[in-house]
Design a protein around this ligand. Structure first.
Ligand code: AMP
Ligand code: GLY
Length: 422
């Protein structure tokens, strides 16, 4: 084996925890640094580094000083702001799309134009730059109507208006809050899935798929969040349906990236709904998902370092091998998330239980006395021989905790037929 290398992961959430942990476990890797990381990362041998993810110059300096072979960029805002362009200009390798391709997530309008240009199926939609036109546009759609802010909103810039009154109020509020553009979209029905494609300039591999749960409360009620829980694989999605997604969505998307000369090296996350008329894309994201990453990476049997290293160096990609085990995880969030999350509550120490992994996100303090830092705090996750076993183990662990200033959803996996009754 060649010499072991140092790597840098940019970001601080549960997603970056899972990426850094997986990379640190590779035999090719000496040390993974994570900037800024979080205090939970030392539990898996990853070293947090006190540099903000927006401080590109500081990150570049660190990467050079610490002999970092390449950097894996977790969050979308850095990618949209051109972190990969800056690293490349400094002669460094970073995994993620450049700013031009990152517009696929940074602007809904840009993404819809791309889908229209390259024949990628999506919801019927229209984009508006002023309030009068948007209000008039409401008549072109039925209800419920999906209303989306054009820019990045952490998964929270989408409102599904059940009626005309809510639609009109939402449009006025979005323009009043400074949105320059918004999108109206037909509301699709069907199950929602996350597909992750690892791209190396036109060559690609499909990573394990997952289902996220975007609404805050049980029964898919409450506001949209960054995601409250996930599992993989998806027993309700047949091999034929997965292949249909590859043929009808992934292929035209990758062909479009090649034809448009995007030179995309990174992850493309395709959010889609499997409708009666086939798969339709509801969003592109230019990075891994949070919390899906925390459940898909444990199932990845191919070395993540090798996959990324080859993708970055334009070498043939290894096959993606997936564990037959099932992965299941539930997010523990601060009470009040996403509108007004509690900050600074004492969480104490999370008990270590065989088979249970804790992917830390917004936590501060130290391992013996952790403190909540707002938002999604951590994910409790496990791998087991069946999804139901994994589900039961995670919920038994959560039920044993005493965290009154936190909450979690109790119905993660219900759409795969998982239940607490079993
Ligand atoms: P987005 O930020 O585009 O991912 O949207 C956030 C969430 O809103 C998605 O995860 C879906 O649950 C929902 N959503 C977005 N677009 C649509 C649509 N056209 N039809 C139904 N639900 C949608
Ligand atoms: N899990 C949704 C997202 O990462 O955007």
């Amino acid at each position: 084996m060649s010499e072991q290398v140092n790597l840098l992961v940019v970001g601080e959430g549960g997603r970056e925890f899972a990426i850094a942990k997986k990379l640190q476990a590779s035999p090719h890797v000496k040390q993974v640094y994570c900037a800024p990381g979080n205090v939970g990362m030392s539990t898996v041998g990853v070293q947090p580094v006190d540099i903000a993810e927006t401080d590109f110059a500081g990150l570049i300096k660190f990467a050079k000083e610490h002999d970092v072979a390449w950097t894996f960029v977790g969050p979308e805002d850095c990618l949209v702001d051109g972190i990969v362009d800056d690293f490349q200009a400094a002669g460094l390798k970073a995994f993620g799309p450049r700013a031009r391709a990152a517009q696929l997530e940074g602007s809904k309008d840009y993404a819809l134009n791309f889908m229209n240009n390259y024949g990628v199926p999506t919801a019927r939609h229209a984009s508006y730059r002023d309030q009068t036109a948007a209000l008039a546009g409401v008549d072109q759609f039925s209800f419920p109507l999906v209303i989306k802010e054009n820019g990045l909103a952490g998964g929270k810039g989408v409102v599904i208006a059940p009626d005309r009154e809510t639609a009109i109020r939402t449009i006025k509020e979005m323009f009043a809050s400074g949105q320059a553009r918004l999108v109206l979209e037909e509301c699709l029905t069907g199950q929602e899935y996350s597909m992750f494609v690892l791209l190396s300039n036109g060559h690609y591999r499909i990573l394990p798929m997952a289902q996220d749960h975007k609404r805050a409360y049980d029964g898919d009620r409450g506001p949209n969040t960054g995601g409250m829980g996930a599992y993989s694989p998806l027993p309700q999605l047949s091999a034929a349906a997965r292949q249909q997604i590859i043929d009808e969505v992934v292929e035209p998307t990758v062909n479009g990236l090649v034809a448009g000369e995007y030179h995309y090296h990174g992850i493309l996350y395709i959010g889609l709904i499997m409708t009666a008329a086939g798969p339709k894309v509801i969003e592109y994201n230019v990075r891994l998902g949070d919390p899906e990453t925390q459940v898909i990476l444990p199932r990845l049997a191919t070395d993540l370092f090798e996959l990324v290293d080859r993708a970055l160096n334009d070498q043939p990609l290894p096959e993606v091998k997936t564990s037959s085990q099932a992965s299941f995880g539930v997010v523990l969030a601060s009470k009040g998330y996403p509108q007004k999350p509690v900050h600074g509550q004492t969480l104490g120490r999370f008990p270590q239980v065989a088979g249970i992994s804790i992917d830390y996100a917004n936590v501060a303090g130290d391992q013996d006395q952790l403190v909540g830092n707002g938002g999604r705090l951590l994910m409790v996750e496990t791998l087991a021989d069946s999804l139901q076993t994994a589900h039961d183990r995670v919920y038994a662990y959560l039920a044993s905790l005493n965290e009154p200033e936190c909450f979690y959803r109790h119905d993660i996996g219900a759409k795969a037929g998982l239940t607490t009754e079993n």
